[in-house]
Design a protein around this ligand. Sequence first.
Ligand code: ADP
Ligand code: MG
Length: 416
Amino acid sequence: MKQRAAPASQARDPAMKKTAPWPMIRPPATIAILGGGQLGSMLAQAAGQMGYRTLCVSANEADPAGRWSDHHLIADPGDANVISRIAQDVQVITVETESIEPSALAAAESIGARVAPSSHVQTIVRDRRLEKGFLAANDLAVGAFRVVESAAQMQQACEELLADGATEILAKTARGGYDGKGQRWIRTPSQADAAWQALGQVPLVVEAKVDFVSEMSVIVARSPDGGRSVLPVFGNEHRHGILFQTRMPAAVSESTARAAMDLARRAADHLKVVGLLAVEMFVLADGRVLVNEMAARPHNSGHVTLRAASRSQFEMHIAAICGLPLPEVEILRPAVMTNVLGDLWSVESAPALTKVGEHRSPDWATVLADGRATLHLYGKTPRPGRKMGHLIHTGHTIEEALVSANAAFGRLTTPS
Ligand SMILES: Nc1ncnc2c1ncn2[C@@H]1O[C@H](COP(=O)(O)OP(=O)(O)O)[C@@H](O)[C@H]1O
Ligand SMILES: [Mg+2]
């Protein structure tokens, strides 16, 4: 039966753990997942299927990852005291969100716990200043950018980038942004100050607009011994800064796919990441590839592997952090993942809304009638722009999968 408290301490000697290498962690060892969102939930499901036990640490009882974990500790997953305490009870600690404070991971590392990603990696990927600096320093191609920490620097950065030929500028908060949040477009130097104010006068990275022809992502799984497996390249379409759809395989040339995989592999090696590293990229008209940003965890675009690849990204993350051999991930069939946002729960944007019990819900029957579609719902409270779930459509060809995916999305969003 599911317990609501942390498991009893297995009293391991922290000093021993400090010097121990990273041995293969075998089932039924316990994996701690810090954070309670859908990525944690799908990690817990994969871990459970692989024979591991999971302890989710998250702030709220209702968090999706708590529902799917063996144990749910309701506490601040970024609190160093909490994480030091649970470090005694689990064999490995992982995170499902950048919001986890690296200091909490460092506290666990200091007593010899195995933590993946490490506090070092977490520090870099959660701050766009460090992330961009890391990419540039390691010769991993990025677009023009400036780090900005004052109104005067903001003005200067915008003037310089526009003078250097940027058609527009995207200012992003260094920390805490996701799904396009914490971003402002700037078209003239006169808009710099308003953007600085609107973003809360916090450190920023300001970027020249990249005139991309498409976006893609590459996920690398990397083990403690440096072994790695690169997942197939995903083609991504964003709408209003939020991932709308992912296709696998991506519509890119062989050479672009190779360049993308090489960039991702190099980034993972330089970071010495353990677990998944997801690298978002832009494809330019001349076929060149630029890195946009990275995440050291499962990534929304990788959900498509749940139904259409020989291993899911979640299984690969668990395998990597447990030091299991990493198989090659093969595409089993072409597939399209479409995100389901909370907007669908509002009457205006979802004409097919039905009343189920006390709760209004989109009319899932309209999509499930197609047997090649799977619906994945995370069980969160709907809010506009919030990721509530996703659909995966498979097909004999990617075109066929796209047609079914877009028809299903259309039925959910357009009046019949
Ligand atoms: N420099 C840029 N030029 C053009 N579009 C961009 C740029 N940076 C981000 N975008 C667009 O905004 C989306 C979200 O930005 P991103 O930096 O990935 O932030 P988030 O952390 O919210 O995902 C990207 O996927 C892309 O579509
Ligand atoms: Mg992004």
